[in-house]
Design a protein around this ligand. Structure first.
Ligand code: SAM
Length: 327
């Protein structure tokens, strides 16, 4: 397994398949965002080449993301090739779910293990306001299809934004776990690039959110004695079928346990979501670097992975917005 200079084993790669998205969520990107020309984005065979090198280096947990991964042409074939790679472990996906009603079954047949599906509110009007473009019914249809296709367990992601979905919306989302065996996860909004000012002004912290939920649902049970499940601290409404997760990278960073790296859609290895430094893999790949050369670049990059983010020292990554990195 690749390790960094702090002794952390890095085995989890999040791959952004595209910077494009069929939504324009207010906390993720500006509405008038300009996407990269496709020549500047990794082609499917290039993604597969890097994927196989990562797997050779001991990566065995993959998450496909974006932008919106389901808008990537050839996605099902790409997933099938990935899942057929010896040593691959688990391939899962984070998606807004809009296209899942028709893609969940083919993706499951291609080997995809499960999906995290983003839905920031169940209220149709407020869903449209926060995503700028979306119809929440499409997400419900996507979640139903994912369940039907066996992409389990279902995890639902919500970014909480003051003035958009921080009141009844989070309570309604949490109450979904009364009926459904889902993990509903609340994500603290992180600051990036051109959207950073809005993100920093409208953030709702885990502490505040917990108070809102407990006022509405009663005391929540802390699970696992507070130990993280992946990146989420888990709670449960007493008697609920599902669980609540809090992903609080801003106020409760979990950098010490970070085991991740990211591949951006334009072929850069991003070692920390919230640090600007990246390693260019696309240029050497296109210039004919050998697999051994590329593995050395990746291993050396991982070795230099930053200890953690610098938000508490006001260090904010400005070179990209979230949709370009992949969350
Ligand atoms: N389009 C897909 C989706 O909506 O899930 C995948 C990409 S999206 C960038 C991945 C995750 O990042 C989503 O759950 C999204 O809500 C979250 N996200 C986007 N911007 C964020 C921000 N500024 N802070 C925290 N999470 C964010």
């Amino acid at each position: 397994m690749a390790i960094d200079r702090f002794g952390r084993g890095i085995n989890y790669m999040r791959i952004s398949l595209t910077d494009r998205c069929n939504l324009r969520c207010v906390y993720c990107m500006p509405e008038d965002i300009v996407f990269r020309p496709s020549a500047e984005i990794l082609q499917n065979d290039e993604i597969l080449t890097l994927f196989r090198l990562f797997t050779d280096l001991g990566f065995n947990k993959y998450r496909l993301t974006g932008g919106e991964p389901t808008v990537r042409a050839g996605l099902v074939d790409l997933v099938r090739e990935m899942c057929a790679t010896p040593g691959v472990g688990e391939v899962s996906m984070t998606t807004n779910g809009l296209l899942l009603s028709r893609m969940a079954h083919p993706l499951a047949q291609a080997g995809l293990k499960r999906c995290n599906i983003s839905i920031d509110t169940v209220d149709p009007e407020r869903f449209k306001r926060i995503t700028r473009w979306g119809d929440v019914e499409d997400v419900w249809a996507g979640i139903a299809a994912a369940e039907d296709a066996g992409l389990l367990p279902i995890k639902v992601n919500a970014v909480v934004v003051r003035g958009y979905n921080d009141g009844q919306d989070v309570v309604d989302l949490a109450r979904l776990t009364l009926e459904h065996d889902w993990q509903v996860r609340f994500i603290e909004m992180m600051p990036f690039g051109d959207v950073a000012e809005f993100q920093r002004a409208q953030i709702v912290t885990e502490k505040e959110l917990l108070a809102t939920l407990e006022a509405a649902c009663g005391p929540l049970n802390l699970l696992n004695s507070g130990r993280l499940d992946g990146e989420a601290r888990l709670y449960q409404i007493p008697g609920a079928r599902g669980k609540l997760g809090f992903i609080s990278s801003v106020t409760e960073p979990f950098c010490a346990a970070c085991n991740r790296a990211r591949l951006t859609a334009d072929g850069r290895l991003r070692l920390c979501l919230l640090r600007e430094k990246e390693i260019d893999l696309m240029t050497p790949l296109r210039q004919g670097a050998t697999p051994e050369d590329l593995k050395l670049i990746i291993r050396e990059g991982i070795w230099k992975k930053p200890w953690g983010h610098g938000l508490s020292e006001e260090v904010i990554p400005l070179n990209r917005v979230m949709s370009e990195i992949g969350g």
